[in-house]
Design a protein around this ligand. Structure first.
Ligand SMILES: [Zn+2]
Length: 157
């Protein structure tokens, strides 16, 4: 009779136990990648990994196992900060990007306001210069008359 499960998963091989057919760890810790389970076991412990996976619906277990491996490998790499280092770096990038967005929005608002002010000034200047021309010509006309009359020998004999 052929054995139901001739190969043990990486977890059961590591723990030197028989791998049951319904082994909860087998789908996520294949025997082809023993380092993956060794790393996760070192940080979380086999009992906790099993408990966490059993509490989850089957369709979420693969993502959870990947997440545990990611967290564990970063904790092995950096025992003090683990994945918190990456999270804080990414949060820093987010804050920088948000600050740049605010700054850029401020610049855009400033350019729009400057453009509107410039347009208003141009309207005022065109309107005012037209009026000023009219006023100058009126005054100069009057001025000419007054000057002419003042210089007129008729009044200053
Ligand atoms: Zn197993």
């Amino acid at each position: 009779m052929i054995s139901n499960n001739p190969t043990r998963c990486a977890a059961c091989r590591f723990l030197r136990r028989r791998c049951p057919q319904d082994c909860v760890l087998a789908p996520y810790f294949p025997s082809s990648n023993p380092e993956r389970f060794a790393c996760v076991h070192k940080i979380f412990g086999a009992g906790n990994i099993t408990k966490m996976l059993e509490q989850l619906p089957v369709h979420l277990r693969e993502a959870a196992a990947d997440s545990m491996f990611y967290e564990a490998s970063l904790r092995v790499e950096d025992p003090v900060y683990g994945c918190v280092r990456i999270i804080s770096q990414l949060q820093h990038h987010i804050l920088e990007a948000q600050s740049e967005i605010l700054k850029t929005n401020g610049q855009v608002a400033s350019y729009i306001a400057q453009q509107q002010l410039h347009q208003q000034q141009q309207n005022v200047v065109h309107g005012a210069s037209y009026q000023q021309d009219m006023q100058i010509s009126e005054y100069s006309g009057v001025g000419w008359d007054v000057q002419t009359l003042a210089n007129d020998s008729y009044f200053h004999p």
